[in-house]
Design a protein around this ligand. Structure first.
Ligand SMILES: *Cc1c(COP(=O)(O)O)cnc(C)c1O
Length: 379
C-alpha cells in the first residue's frame, strides 16, 4: 500500500559533505561552524545577533531565564502549543497562565490576553502557531503598555513575516527550533535571535555552563606563545546550562539554510494544491487562514472537521499519516493546577487535523490524500 509521511526532513549529499568537513577539522563541539551558522542565520533573518543552542526548548528556557524574574511571577502562554512553550516558565520557577486562542486563526487571542493579565505577569510567550503570524501589533501594544517582555516561539516558522517584519524580531527574543520535523533541521538544535545584542548577552555564558569565554576561541591561544599568558583562565559569574549547539549540528544547519527558501516555497505550493483540491469537498474548512505570500513559512497544513476521529481512521487504513496539533495544555495532567479556562482551545481541539506536509511531498501524494478525503465524504 502507498504510504504518505506526515513530516520528513529533507537532507542529502550537501549535509553529508558538511559533516565530513567537521570530521576533517576534528572539532565536533562548540566551535567555528556554530559561529558561522549564527552569522548566516542572522543574515537570513535580518537580525543583529543569534545564539546557537541544542534545541528550541533550550532557546525558550534561556530567553526567559536571562531576565531573572522573581520566582512565582506569571507568564502568559497560549493554550494551544507544544509543551516546551509552557515548560520554559516552569523551569524558571514562574507560573504559566494559559490564554485562549482565536478559533479561526488558532493564534493567541489578544482579548483573552487582556482578561488573563494580572500585575504579577512579567512576560508573554507568543507562538506563531502552524507558521501563521500571531497578531503581533496588538500583542506588542499591550505588552509595551504593561511592560511585559515578549518572547516569540518561532518553532513553526523560519522566515515568515508580518507587515514586512520577520517573525522572531517583533518581540524581545525570537526562539527557533531545528528539530528534525521542523521547517529545517540540524538533527536537534535551536537559535535565539534579537536585534538588540544586549538581549542575548547573558545567553552566551548561560548556554556554556556559565563560562564567559568559548573554549574553541581559547584553544587557539593554547599554542600561540606570548599572545596570552593565562589562556586557560575563565570566569563563572552565571549559573549556566549545557545548551550549546555543536559543530556537527551547525554544519548541517549551514547546508539546510541554503535550501530553506526552496523548502518554504515547496510547502507553499503544496498548501495551494491542497486548498485547490479540497475546495471541492463539501464542508471543507482549512486549519489556518493560509496567506501564501512570497515570505510565508508554514509548518502545518490541516483541516477542521467534526468527523476528525473517523477521518483519521479512514486515512490510516489508506496509509496516510495524520496528527493532532495539539491537545490544549490546559487539558494535560502536568498543568492541572494551572487550568485557566480556555474554552475556544478545548472546543477547536476536537476538530483539528494535521495532514502530511514537508518539502519532498509530491503532487501525486497530495492528490492521493485529497482523493481519499473526497471519498470519505462530507467533512
Ligand atoms: C518543536 C517545538 C518547540 C521545541 O523545539 P525543540 O527544538 O524540539 O526543543 C517549542 N515550541 C513549539 C511550538 C514547537 O513546536
Amino acid at each position: 500500500m502507498k504510504t504518505v509521511r506526515l513530516f520528513k526532513p529533507s537532507v542529502g549529499k550537501e549535509e553529508i559533505d558538511a559533516i565530513q568537513e567537521v570530521f576533517d577539522i576534528s572539532w565536533l563541539g562548540l566551535g567555528e561552524k556554530v559561529a558561522a551558522f549564527e552569522k548566516a542565520w542572522s543574515e537570513y533573518l535580518g537580525c543583529k545577533e543569534s545564539v546557537g543552542l541544542n534545541s528550541g526548548t533550550a532557546a525558550l528556557h534561556l530567553a526567559l531565564a536571562s531576565y531573572k524574574f522573581a520566582r512565582g511571577k506569571k507568564v502568559l502562554v497560549p493554550a494551544l502549543t507544544f509543551v516546551s512553550t509552557a515548560a520554559a516558565p516552569l523551569y524558571c520557577g514562574l507560573d504559566p497562565i494559559f490564554v485562549d486562542v482565536n478559533p479561526d486563526t488558532l493564534q493567541i487571542d489578544p482579548r483573552d490576553l487582556a482578561i488573563k493579565y494580572t500585575p504579577d505577569c512579567v512576560a508573554i510567550m507568543v507562538v506563531h502557531f502552524g507558521g501563521h503570524p500571531a497578531p503581533m501589533p496588538e500583542i506588542m501594544e499591550f505588552a509595551r503598555k504593561k511592560e511585559l517582555k515578549v518572547i516569540e516561539d518561532c518553532a513553526h516558522t523560519q522566515g515568515g513575516r508580518l507587515h514586512g517584519i520577520p517573525l522572531g524580531l517583533w518581540g524581545d527574543i525570537g526562539c527557533f527550533s531545528f528539530e528534525e520535523k521542523k521547517g529545517m533541521t540540524t538533527g536537534d538544535g535551536g537559535m535565539a535571535c534579537s536585534n538588540k545584542s544586549e538581549n542575548l548577552e547573558l545567553l552566551k555564558p548561560m548556554r556554556w555552563v556559565g563560562i564567559d569565554k568559548d573554549t574553541w576561541k581559547r584553544s587557539q591561544a593554547y599554542t600561540q606563545a606570548g599572545l596570552q599568558d593565562r589562556h586557560w583562565y575563565y570566569e563563572i559569574a552565571e549559573l549556566g546550562y549545557k545548551y550549546n549547539m555543536n559543530n556537527l549540528a551547525a554544519a548541517i544547519g549551514l547546508a539546510q539554510l541554503k535550501k530553506l527558501p526552496q523548502f518554504n516555497a515547496s510547502k507553499r505550493n503544496a498548501i495551494s494544491r491542497y486548498l485547490h483540491n479540497l475546495s471541492k469537498v463539501p464542508g471543507f474548512r482549512p486549519l489556518l487562514p493560509y496567506s501564501l505570500d512570497e515570505h510565508a513559512s508554514y509548518w502545518l497544513f490541516g483541516i477542521k472537521t467534526q468527523k476528525r476521529d473517523a477521518l483519521i481512521q479512514y486515512l490510516k487504513t489508506n496509509g496516510i499519516a495524520t496528527g493532532v496539533h495539539y491537545t490544549p495544555l490546559t487539558m494535560q495532567p502536568l498543568f492541572q493546577n494551572h487550568a485557566e479556562s480556555t474554552p475556544q482551545a478545548t472546543k477547536v481541539y476536537d476538530e483539528i487535523l494535521t495532514l502530511p506536509l514537508h518539502p519532498e511531498l509530491t503532487d501525486e501524494e497530495i492528490d492521493y490524500v485529497c482523493a481519499k478525503i473526497q471519498q470519505f465524504g462530507m467533512l
